[in-house]
Design a protein around this ligand. Sequence first.
Ligand code: NAI
Length: 333
Amino acid sequence: MIKVLLSQDIHPEGRKLLEGKFDVRIAPGAAEADLIEAAKDVEAIILRTNAKITRKVIENAPKLKIISRTGAGVDNVDVDAATEKGILVCNLPAVNNVSVAEHTVALIMHLAKQLSTMDRAVREGKWNMRNSNIAVELEGKILGVVGMGNIGALVAKKCHDGLGMKILAYDPYTEERFKDYDYEFTDDLEELFRRSDFVTLHCPDTPETRGMVKRDLIYSMKPTAYLINTARGTLVDEKSLIMALKERRIAGAGLDVFTEEPPKEDNELLKLDNVVLSPHSAAMTKEATTRMSTEAAQAVVDYFEGRQPKYIFNGNELRKKGIRLYFEMEKLL
Ligand code: NAI
């Protein structure tokens, strides 16, 4: 029976698709050594965000044919190493767009209405907080969207159409398809940070974007502005963000992602009252979790039943290397 490794258990609906067809096992841990041992004789890996499939893991897994991600990002896979070995890397580009976009809007609204502070005030008997006027309206405020891909575009739409916010977007790779929208684009990231009332990050972690939100950008924001990050913690210089928050150089931040996850106990972000935090849970709604597990499992089923998985992240690179993507069922099962 074909062996499938799960980096972590998946939703029962996803497991149902594999049961009876595959020998399914769960990695004992997310450390590289655990994964090397667990992956050494498997043909497929279903990979959640908890683990990294490194070159070493790939080189020690001679039977591996497909790595199927339960989400959009593939920054926890050494894609080059996989491609070199002719291994398909499948992802799910749109599977959790709605959940992440809604979570982003929730963070924006939470900050605008100062819900943490208000909640605490009521519990502590500080009813007078209602007269502090620290909440703001969102209508007419500028939302700076960095990265207008699937999620960024959806956040822009929800905030523009639903909340009446103005959209100022930055994305060096996609402007054309927003021609008919009432959005302003800039090719100057500094301008976006300087003018926005809320800045929200939606670009992938790449060598180009890693650390792109540097001290200067953070400090160029308005003192009344908020930074929202539901993309990747690595995009932001977290130390500078903490400084700016402590010095009240910006009003606050809403963070679903961190440089180190989970953040260490002594991470100062955990002590600040002008931030709202969530544990990389933007995508983890009931609906999206079910979709993620079933669609990632379906990619593995499709592959071994001779059908092309819906999304092959390294398809072009594999084709360039002359590796064929279609297989006949009887050759594999
Ligand atoms: P996408 O690939 O559809 O969009 C990314 C956009 O970023 C593209 O339009 C691209 O042109 C743009 N981009 C690339 N380099 C850029 C740069 N230097 N500056 C500005 N824009 C740049 O990806 P999608 O699905 O919208 O996801 C965005 C990110 O959200 C993912 O890469 C992932 O890191 C994160 N994410 C977080 C989740 C969570 O649970 N918090 C769940 C899913 C995704």
